[in-house]
Ligand binder design. Structure first.
Ligand SMILES: NC(=O)C1=CN([C@@H]2O[C@H](COP(=O)(O)OP(=O)(O)OC[C@H]3O[C@@H](n4cnc5c(N)ncnc54)[C@H](O)[C@@H]3O)[C@@H](O)[C@H]2O)C=CC1
Ligand SMILES: O=C(O)CCC(=O)C(=O)O
Length: 447
């Protein structure tokens, strides 16, 4: 598939207007390509500059963040928040603290969020933010001062009905807690619904930390079930060792699969006995060490510096670390080793060439827009609990998550079918999400 002439002209326009933002261009191209069958069927979807509006963020905030380290030295970072679409609700999406964060990264993530959040059916607009701050090696006090400095500017752009950030790479419950503390101090309001992924005592939902990883595995389970298979006894290759990877590994184990790898930016661990969650927790969350330390606790496991896990033979693969981490060569290796399905826990982890390999080999690929939507869906549940001053049990929240993932799976599958591309989750997810947001935009008039 490629783009028709109108979509190609729009894509060129997006590239010219947003120079040097390769990840954003990639995300836009993927969506424009995937929705081609819907545009052919209903050319009216192009009316009123709908696609042009969809590719132009509603607002972009860039700001300076000044903070001091433990030695009293001053540092300057750059903060970002992109509100891409509020057609369906307040801007919603995480914050990423990582040294490589740029406006292009945040824009690609916010763009992805449009379709993902639409698929949840929970009335969420789309946004994303972050900073080029590297949390690695920073003390707890430094992290807190950075969060406070970041929120000192960002707070004026947020609110439970305006823009509701959460976590992403480098931002977990601790950081969201500090961000919320500063928000509360500056606004004189305990507006819990302004941030999600909060610690439970501050109004955070139970099961929000687990939701993205669990949801990805629920989605993968549905993909296998649609082909008459199950996760039981399947070998899984997982990348990452953060929030999403950890909880994906936990749920895979619970459903009888054997996840044998995890990774960080330095390399990957292969543990043929199955990744030990207690050890992973100790290394990554308690001691905050590099993943290489895992093998000190599990001598039968091996650490492969500088490599990714995709050459390890597996039945299912779950890239859960970062964008473009699974390339064409890795996809060819996975295909050669007989992988049945790939579920993206991360946002855009497969390169376009890798997506092509999976598609041509007939390997089911669950795109992040659908497969990792459980995180933001559970953030919507957190907003519901905060608005009602209520607290749901873990079991109730997990049940709602499961139902949501099943509904998204069904929407992707039936939409792909309807457009003559059965089993193509990439097409199904993009078109299903697009149709929802397009209808909302039309209903709002020219805004
Ligand atoms: N936290 C959430 O609720 C959601 C996260 N995501 C996506 O999931 C992915 C992972 O996010 P989290 O687990 O929340 O972040 P995290 O900060 O908890 O973990 C990130 C993991 O990725 C690894 N990593 C980072 N850069 C890497 C690289 N270049 N190569 C290999 N590994 C690398 C880190 O070592 C770490 O293990 C991201 O793509 C994020 O956008 C998607 C939906 C929701
Ligand atoms: O929970 C949220 O608001 C956003 C999660 C997120 O950043 C994502 O879905 O990529």
């Amino acid at each position: 598939m490629t783009l028709d002439s109108e979509s190609a002209a729009l894509f060129d326009h997006v590239v010219r207007r947003n120079p040097a933002e390769d990840e954003f261009h990639q995300a836009v191209f993927e969506v424009l390509e995937a929705i081609q069958p819907a545009l052919r069927r209903d050319p009216g979807l192009r009316d009123a500059a709908l696609l042009e509006r969809l590719c132009e963020p509603e607002r972009q905030v860039l700001f300076r963040v000044v903070w001091t380290d433990d030695a009293g030295r001053a540092h300057v970072n750059r903060g970002f928040r992109v509100g891409f679409s509020s057609a369906l609700g307040p801007y919603k999406g995480g914050l990423r603290f990582h040294r490589d964060v740029s406006l292009g990264t945040v824009k690609f993530l916010a763009f992805e969020q449009i379709f993902k959040n639409a698929l949840t059916g929970l009335g969420l607009g789309a946004g994303k933010g972050g900073a080029d701050f590297d949390p690695a090696g920073r003390s707890d006090a430094e992290i807190m001062r950075f969060c406070q400095a970041f929120m000192t500017e960002l707070h004026r752009h947020l609110g439970p009905n305006t823009d509701v950030p959460a976590g992403d790479i480098g931002v977990g419950g601790r950081e969201v807690g500090y961000l919320f503390g500063q928000y509360k101090r500056l606004t004189n309001r305990f507006d819990a619904g302004t941030l999600t992924g909060k610690p439970p005592l501050l109004g955070g939902s139970l099961a929000r930390p687990e939701a993205t990883g669990y949801g990805t595995v629920y989605f993968l389970d549905s993909v296998l079930a649609a082909g008459g298979a199950t996760l039981a006894d399947r070998t899984a290759a997982v990348s990452g060792s953060g929030n999403v990877a950890f909880h994906a590994i936990a749920k895979l184990r619970e459903l009888g699969a054997k996840p044998v790898t995890c990774s960080d930016s330095g390399g990957f661990v292969h543990d043929p006995a199955g990744v030990d969650l207690d050890v992973l927790h100790e290394v990554k969350n308690v001691r905050r060490q590099r993943l290489a330390a895992y093998v000190e606790h599990v001598p039968s496991a091996r650490y492969f510096p500088g490599e990714t896990p995709w050459a390890v033979p597996c039945d299912v693969a779950l890239p859960c670390a970062t964008q473009n981490e699974l390339d064409e060569q890795a996809a060819l290796t996975l295909a050669k080793n007989g992988v049945l399905a790939v579920a993206e826990g991360a946002n855009m982890p497969c390169t376009p060439a890798a997506v092509r390999v999976f598609r041509e080999a007939g390997i089911a690929l669950a795109p992040g827009k659908a497969a990792n939507a459980g995180g933001v869906a559970t953030s919507a549940f957190e907003m519901q609990q905060n608005a009602a001053r209520d607290r749901w049990t873990f079991e109730h929240t997990d049940r709602r998550l499961k139902e949501t993932m099943a509904a998204i799976h069904e929407a992707c599958l039936s939409t792909a079918d309807e457009h003559g591309m059965p089993g193509d989750y990439v097409t199904g997810a993009a078109i299903a999400g697009f149709r929802i947001v397009a209808e909302a935009m039309s209903g709002l008039g020219l805004v």
